[in-house]
Design a protein around this ligand. Structure first.
Ligand SMILES: Cc1cc2nc3c(=O)[nH]c(=O)nc-3n(C[C@H](O)[C@H](O)[C@H](O)COP(=O)(O)OP(=O)(O)OC[C@H]3O[C@@H](n4cnc5c(N)ncnc54)[C@H](O)[C@@H]3O)c2cc1C
Length: 320
């Protein structure tokens, strides 16, 4: 069976969930071979094996932390040359997309970004994408070279599928470009204790209807009852009620959670562009004519100041 390379996103050996989702998709196409780079790469092996990696190619060097993406592209290129895979799958983070695009250029392949699903096809893997502010769903396949495909978080379930996960050292020689862009400083983001917005399985968002920074505490309380990330519309962000890093939409972040709860958000096309691929969409809005109700699975016509606290209380009660 053909091997499929999966680029591992990890922090000091702790594998992030989108990579485990990629392993589920990779198994539809062939045998997953993971590529883990940087500090702690070898510590990823157990989690990757548990989720279907037959092999884990590892390499650590200071270049991965000291310089931006090119050393990683060099390593992935080395992995492609040693494995001749049926595809290369990369998580759709900003860095993942840059790595994928550069790799595709290097190996003369086509690239597909932000896939939301992947299936085996007679002529190579077929990727589903949601395009034009999610007004269309397209299916595409790479017609030249080894397909390089980035996949959005939450596009597949994480499934246990124990495999050998044999660790092998990857031999990498860095290109002249590898040291072109040096990292000069790092400041850790202040942790909110909530999941990362683009990876969260549940996102609870607030819009102009929240009517003030202080009222976002209601949105946060609902989010915390569900273990969710907090999102915001641009109107809320522009008003200074919530940080720009939490903006969902065309000029904010693109999210694709299992559950998206929009509170006091009208559903403008630019907001929809960032959340319309969510699996289940719930909206709370006091205007029954709000466009958000055109795309919801469940809608509550009501004042969020009544509905949200009751919902939070009910969830907390049921959690016991
Ligand atoms: C180039 C461009 C890019 C953009 N990018 C983005 C983007 O990335 N993300 C984004 O979100 N927007 C973006 N916008 C802005 C977008 O067009 C909308 O203006 C914005 O999404 C509106 O935010 P909102 O839904 O919170 O506010 P509104 O459209 O004002 O809607 C507020 C909603 O809250 C409801 N409401 C009010 N009070 C309550 C209450 N007490 N209880 C329940 N419901 C209540 C109202 O009925 C209304 O439907 C962009 C616009 C442009 C031009």
């Amino acid at each position: 069976m053909a091997e499929v390379l999966v680029y591992v996103d990890h922090v000091d050996g702790a594998v992030r969930k989108p990579t485990l989702e990629l392993l589920t998709l990779a198994r539809r196409i062939g045998e997953p071979v993971a590529v883990a780079l940087g500090p702690g790469a070898e510590n990823t092996a157990a989690a990757l094996a548990e989720h279907g990696a037959v092999k884990v190619l590892t390499h650590d060097a200071s270049e991965y932390t000291d310089y931006l993406v090119v050393p990683k592209v060099d390593a992935l290129q080395a992995a492609v040359e040693s494995v001749s895979p049926a595809a290369v799958l990369v998580p759709s983070s900003a860095e993942g997309k840059e790595v994928a695009a550069r790799l595709a250029l290097r190996i003369g392949s086509g690239v597909i970004t932000d896939a939301t699903d992947l299936e085996a096809g007679a002529d190579g893997p077929v990727a589903t994408q949601s395009v034009f502010a999610a007004s269309f769903t397209t299916k595409s396949r790479v017609s030249k070279g080894v397909p390089v495909i980035t996949v959005k978080p939450n596009s597949a379930a994480v499934e246990a599928a124990p495999a050998a996960g044999a660790v092998e050292a990857l031999s990498v020689s860095f290109s002249a470009q590898a040291t072109g862009t040096k990292v000069t400083g790092r400041t850790p983001r202040e942790s909110t204790g909530r999941p990362e917005l683009t990876e969260a399985a549940i996102v609870v968002s607030g819009g102009r209807g929240v009517n003030g920074a202080e009222n976002f505490a209601l949105i946060e309380a609902l989010a915390d009852s569900l273990g969710a990330a907090v999102g915001a519309s641009r109107a809320a962000v522009d008003a200074g009620w919530y940080p720009h890093t939490n903006q969902v939409g065309q000029t904010g972040k693109s999210v694709s959670p299992q559950l998206y709860i929009a509170n006091g958000i009208s559903g403008a096309i630019q907001h929809r562009a960032g959340m319309q691929t969510s699996k289940t969409i719930v909206a709370v809005n006091k205007d029954a004519e709000a466009p958000i109700f055109d795309l919801v699975d469940y809608g509550v016509v009501g004042d969020l100041f009544d509905v949200v606290p009751q919902l939070t209380e009910e969830i907390n009660t049921r959690k016991g």
